[in-house]
Write a protein that binds this ligand. Structure first.
Ligand code: GLN
Ligand code: ZN
Length: 792
């Protein structure tokens, strides 16, 4: 591969001085979600759906132009009807055989649902892959790097017929041209290497097949797409390669070789737009020189997590443009512009030192802005001093525009600065004194044997006890009561009465079913993190701060801006009410510190570990109050423990240390006779089994329905020594498991872990299930546990 200047494109339009990696696509009022839900339910037809999504894109383009993104290729076209990984997979024809039916339908691939072509997928086919059909489950969904966004996992085999199965990327470019040449978008696709690294072998693929085996074939289709974009007049195309920022299943040398092969091939294609490769979500270290050598025209670097590259690393920069990702796209804090400007100046010096053109460095975001809400403009209820420190997507675009302009000289005093975060609530002496006084003893409980005996004599549980994970179905009445209370349509007393009524039903049902450890059902919680955020000091909530989680699903993360403390008990009233209704033990239900951090926007002016300890102390006080009120079992959920695991193995030990410590801090104040449970929501148990053991919970329930074999394997009694409940009912589907199916799972688990340690429970909370399947499934679960118990 050479770095010889190429002129594939007569226009050779420069990359604009300021341009983000991507922008939110759900719409400031969740227009995309609303249009999708209306279309899926049949309330609007395809034409109306196309009209609405088109309007959303037009408004987005107008807004971005207004924010200063003007000129060809300034606006990255990151709209997606559901997911950018699915879009890229379809662009090159990665459709699993099990969905062969949806290909070649009479529909169209274009975003507006018009036109037609053979071998392409239409709108309903697209949604079939995303959401499943009566016959086929959807593509699997999993987390996009270390964010809360979820992508669809492409399934590919050795014989998958690769071809352009969706022309959306071209159609959207053409659409942007309708706004005039100056509005020409920069088409964006997930890059070929990342696409295949995120893909999995489709069912039935021969052992040893790796999706990467199809790299050359996939790259050939990308080349075709590039040619068509070029023909349509695109001057730039953006290929996102975030996989370069994470440790992968192949070693760095292997990765570098594949990268050079893929991007190098695209760079040597005859007719193509100029190529910008982005590398969001972290530093790419030694992969930079290889990337610069491929002959692509621009490389984006995440400089909020990665270092400014050295002149040596930049040696091959030549005429390559560097897009400096200086504005953090994952957080909601304003950028310290003078600091960022100084780093930009340093990068320019290094580029010059390496023989490149310092003037060709442009300013960008670290990652796509899809992880932050649209705009701060409408958040008028936020305290003014907090608001002054925040920047959502639109404000971050203003930041890159400012940095790219001359208004922010390094060290300049008149450039826009970030406002110091030093207002009321950010630092609280009472909280700081408590964390400063913590010692190792605060993380310890008595030996497990001692606790176990005390708990057994208090609780008197049978062998193989049965329980649930916490929430019960959230019926319409419950949701309505919460919404009415929030809106002031019903008063506290009416709300309390509605919740108590629900708790009464949930407790009665569990008694009737014969479960051993009961829950109150969590009817008062809209969301397991937001509920706690709303009851703790140090958090703010937004009115419109929606962020896409996946497809049509959005969350409104809270903002953890200050020192965290608990002004009053949070859950004690509900739990003790439930306990008053039964002689069976009722399990108190809390969300753990790591999960609270993972699903909020967290302050970045101190380490996550420090913040986690503050949350942990608040939870510790809550447990003390639950105990004093007579609750003998408390579950502290940590479903996000695995999610926050850093992308680089070298960062993982530090993370596991503070995260495990925060859980221990939250739970170690409990008396010996108080049984601490935790719940973890993922099946890649093996990787973190030691950390989970280190949490020290008396009982751990985990999601297991999807990869039972591996989980049983991991449950080596030598490695994991306390109570364990591998989920025996996959609550992600409405299917009711038969008693015999659960019985055989339980007995296999019993053989592995031994009696006295095994619990019987579903995979996760039941909030999204209906009562009918819940009742039936739990009945089977209790029956199965009884049968196995008799054998034990
Ligand atoms: N206790 C929570 C519930 O049952 C746990 C949810 C979760 O693991 N995500 O809903
Ligand atoms: Zn769960």
């Amino acid at each position: 591969m050479t770095n010889a200047p190429r002129t594939p494109d007569a226009a050779r339009a420069p990359l604009p001085a300021a341009t983000p990696v991507g922008y939110p696509r759900i719409g400031p009022d969740r227009e995309l979600k609303k249009a999708e839900e209306a279309y899926w339910s049949g309330r609007i037809d395809r034409a109306e759906f196309a009209r609405r999504t088109r309007a959303l894109r037009d408004e987005t383009r107008a807004r971005l132009a207004e924010l200063g993104l003007t000129g060809p290729a300034a606006i990255p076209e990151t709209f997606s009807l559901y997911d950018q990984v699915l879009d890229a997979a379809l662009a090159v024809g990665i459709v699993p055989d099990r969905f062969a039916d949806v290909l070649g339908a009479d529909g169209a691939s274009s975003a507006d649902g018009s036109g037609s072509a053979d071998g392409t997928i239409d709108l309903d086919g697209y949604f079939a892959l995303a959401r499943g059909t009566a016959e086929q489950p959807p593509l699997e969904m999993t987390k996009w790097f270390d964010t809360n966004y979820h992508y669809l996992v492409p399934e590919i085999g050795p014989d998958t017929d690769l071809h352009i199965a969706s022309t959306q990327v071209i159609d959207l470019f053409r659409e942007s041209l309708e706004g005039g040449a100056d509005a020409a978008a920069r088409p964006v696709l997930v890059g070929p290497l990342t696409l295949l690294l995120l893909a999995k072998a489709q069912d039935g693929a021969p052992a040893g097949f790796d999706p990467l085996d199809r790299l050359d074939d996939v790259v050939a289709v990308y080349a075709e797409l590039l040619a068509r974009l070029h023909e349509a007049g695109a001057t730039w195309v953006q290929l996102d390669e975030p996989a370069l920022a994470a440790d992968q299943r192949i070693d760095p040398q292997g990765l570098a070789a594949l990268l050079e092969r893929a991007e190098g091939r695209l760079a040597s294609a005859e007719d193509r737009p100029q190529i910008l490769v982005t590398t969001p979500y972290g530093g790419i270290g030694d992969l930079l020189p290889g990337l610069l050598a491929t002959g692509i025209e621009a490389v984006h670097l995440d400089l909020t997590r990665g270092e400014i590259p050295s002149a040596t690393q930049l040696a091959g920069v030549g005429r390559t443009v560097i897009a400096a990702g200086l504005v953090e796209g994952r957080s909601v804090w304003r950028t310290e512009l003078p600091t960022a400007a100084a780093r930009l100046a340093l990068l320019r010096e290094r580029v010059a030192e390496a023989g490149g053109d310092p003037g060709a460095v442009v300013v960008s975001t670290s990652v796509s802005l899809q992880h932050v809400p649209h705009t701060l403009e409408r958040e008028t209820d936020l305290p003014a001093d907090l608001r002054a420190t925040l920047a959502f997507a639109d404000e971050k675009i203003a930041e890159i525009v400012a940095l790219a302009g001359s208004s922010v000289a390094p060290g300049s005093v008149d450039g826009p600065r970030s406002v110091p975060r030093d207002f009321a609530g950010v630092r609280r002496n009472d909280v700081r004194e408590r964390t400063a006084g913590l010692t190792a003893a605060d993380l310890e409980r008595s030996a497990f044997e001692v606790r176990g005996a005390a708990q057994q004599s208090r609780l008197g549980l049978p062998v193989l006890p049965t329980t649930t994970i916490g929430s019960f179905p959230q019926v319409a009445g419950v949701r309505r009561a919460r919404a009415d209370h929030r809106a002031g349509r019903i008063d506290d007393a009416a709300y309390e009465k509605a919740m108590r009524e629900e708790i009464r039903c949930v407790v009665a049902l569990q008694e009737e079913l014969g479960l051993d450890v009961l829950v109150h059902g969590e009817p008062e919680r809209n969301d397991m993190v937001q509920y706690f955020a709303e009851h703790l000091d140090g958090f703010a909530t937004t009115a419109h701060g929606w962020v896409q989680s996946y497809g049509s699903r959005c969350t409104r993360p809270s903002i953890l801006f200050g020192d965290v403390s608990r002004p009053a008990p949070i859950t004690v009233g509900w739990s003790t009410f439930a306990q008053s209704l039964t002689d069976k033990p009722v399990k108190g239900m809390l969300t753990g510190p790591v999960t609270i951090l993972a699903w909020s926007f967290v302050r970045d002016d101190q380490s996550l570990g420090e913040t986690a300890d503050q949350v942990a102390l608040a939870l510790r006080d809550e447990i003390t109050d639950l105990e004093a009120a007579g609750i003998g079992i408390v579950q502290v959920d940590e479903p996000a423990l695995r999610e926050l695991l850093p992308l680089r193995a070298s960062d993982q030990d530090d993370y596991l240390r503070w995260s495990v410590d925060s859980f221990r801090l939250a739970t170690s104040g409990a008396a010996d006779a108080t049984q601490i449970h935790t719940h973890l929501c993922y099946s890649e148990f093996n990787e973190v089994v030691d950390a989970i053991d280190a949490l020290g919970a008396d009982v751990t329930s985990i999601e297991a329905a999807r990869s039972r074999g591996e989980i049983l394997e991991a449950l080596d009694p030598e490695r994991f020594s306390r109570g364990i409940g591998p989920g025996v009912w996959d609550i992600h589907s409405p299917r009711v498991p038969a008693t015999e199916e659960i019985r055989s799972q339980l007995s296999a688990a019993l053989d592995r872990v031994g009696e006295g340690r095994l619990w019987a429970n579903p995979d996760c909370g039941l909030k999204t299930r209906g009562y009918e399947e819940t009742t039936e499934s739990l009945r089977h679960l209790v029956e199965a546990a009884r049968t196995v118990r008799e054998r034990a």
